[in-house]
Write a protein that binds this ligand. Structure first.
Ligand code: PLP
Length: 433
């Protein structure tokens, strides 16, 4: 399909979203991909690394999330937060779908520009930037960037006076998983001074940005942030700036999206007239549910209760907190294991209820491969199967803040294969798959 036909498809996002939800079985597609990959590994003779952990990514899920965004937030143009998961195929699909990109560093800007994305589809959304990166942004014509303090204004005056600046304000992010306003965002009572200095330095403030915290759950944080942004818009106009864009940041999750979007939509309609452009910087929302991770049990330790004789097991996977489960440390996640393949027969189970909280089944704790005791994925989980070395587990919802913050600690790889599937014909057409 051509980009034009996709665009008209997106225009009809409402119908598309409903139809697509009914017409496809993405879970089956993902299971087939998991099964095929594991079946093809010769576990008895394979080379080191052939049985490494791997992802299955459903680009159709990213596509559906885009439709859902268009349906619920038609005024807000998403600038995908690359940091969340810089997967090249995800970026390619989003580029085809017409999103912009929120970049936090030179490497992210470079990755996006290399896809032939125009510089005006990028916002360098990092209020405390590295000098040489600002020079790079200037050379590449990436004009849009955020600031939240006076020192940054002097830096920009020196290195890129032609930049288009967004004043990032702090928010009430107390309901979020990852609080960002501890570190970034100008307090409301400092915005007057910042705008006055920007004017004095001859800089160009064009908008306001905020972020209500990643994994936010209180929609009223959006209302308050938009109200504050309105105050700053008025102050900036008073200083003679032509304010044209509001950047509502990220903080959206799949589970609460409709409720959050409804509050944001109403707030925008009330406080931001139609001539103001609205952009957002969603990360987690687009990718969390699109990636499933499969990991291999490399070792097992049996624990016997001396009183009852009951056996439980510690199982060790070839991935952990220093790898793709970095989301447990940095993103406060609790990934839930499911059994993919167990037993000498290599039987595939999928979706075996983990039975958390129940006393049925065999109890396991799940650990990563490194030497560190902190490297524990799950303290206690029960399965009806007896798991052993060679079996496989899988974890859904592993697309956000996982592989991007993996390390090579203990010499394990920080880059793993991704098997791509597309449960949407539209995404397949765009990607030529
Ligand atoms: N924009 C900025 C400036 C961020 O720092 C982040 C996350 O840290 C995001 C966007 C993406 O946030 P989320 O994944 O919650 O949508």
């Amino acid at each position: 399909a051509s980009l034009t036909s996709i665009n008209s498809y997106v225009e009809n996002a409402k119908d598309a979203y409903i139809e697509l939800n009914g017409a496809n079985n993405p879970k089956q597609l993902i299971r087939d991909a998991l099964k095929e990959r594991v079946t093809n590994i010769d576990h008895e003779n394979c080379e080191p690394g052939d049985e490494d952990t791997f992802f299955v990514a459903d680009l159709g899920e990213v596509y559906r999330q885009h439709m859902r965004w268009k349906l619920n937030l038609p005024r807000v143009r998403p600038f995908y937060a690359v940091k969340c998961n810089p997967d090249p195929q995800v970026l390619r699909l989003l580029a085809e779908l017409g999103t912009g990109f929120d970049c936090a560093s030179k490497a992210e800007i470079e990755q996006v520009l290399k896809m032939n994305i125009e510089p005006d589809r990028i916002i360098y959304a990092q209020p405390c930037k590295t000098n040489s990166y600002v020079r790079y942004a200037a050379n590449q014509g990436v004009k849009q960037m955020t600031f939240d303090n006076t020192d940054e204004l002097y830096k920009i005056k020196k290195l890129y006076p032609g930049a288009e600046l967004f004043l990032r304000i702090s928010t009430d992010d107390s309901s979020s998983l990852c609080r960002l306003s501890l570190k970034f965002g100008a307090a409301m009572d400092t915005t007057e001074e910042l705008l006055a200095l920007a004017k004095e330095l001859g800089l160009n403030v064009v908008g306001v940005s905020f972020h209500i915290g990643s994994g936010a759950s209180d929609p009223s944080a959006f209302l308050k942030a938009v109200q504050d942004a309105r105050v700053v818009f008025d102050r900036a106009q008073h200083h003679g700036f032509t304010m044209r864009t509001l950047d509502v940041g990220g903080g959206f999750s799949s589970d609460t999206f409709e409720a959050m979007a409804a509050v944001l939509r109403d707030a925008l309609d009330e406080y931001m007239p139609a001539n103001i452009n609205i952009i957002g910087e969603p990360g987690r929302y687009y990718v969390a549910s699109a990636f499933t991770l499969a990991a291999h049990i490399i070792a097992r330790r049996t624990i016997e209760d001396p009183a009852t004789g009951e056996k439980s097991y510690m199982v060790y996977l070839n991935d952990g907190l220093y790898g793709n489960f970095s989301s447990i440390m940095f993103d406060h996640q609790h990934p839930v294991a499911k059994v993919l393949c167990a037993g000498a027969s290599g039987h595939f189970y999928f979706d075996v209820a983990a039975g958390q909280g129940s006393r049925n089944g065999v109890e396991y704790s799940i650990w990563g491969p490194t030497c560190d005791g902190i490297d524990r994925i799950s303290e206690s989980i029960r399965f009806s199967h007896t798991l052993d070395v060679g079996d496989w587990l899988y974890f859904e919802e592993m697309g956000a803040y996982t592989k991007c913050s993996a390390t090579r600690f203990n010499g394990f790889s920080d880059s793993h294969d991704v098997v791509y599937v597309t449960s949407e014909p539209g995404a397949r057409a765009l990607m030529g798959m």
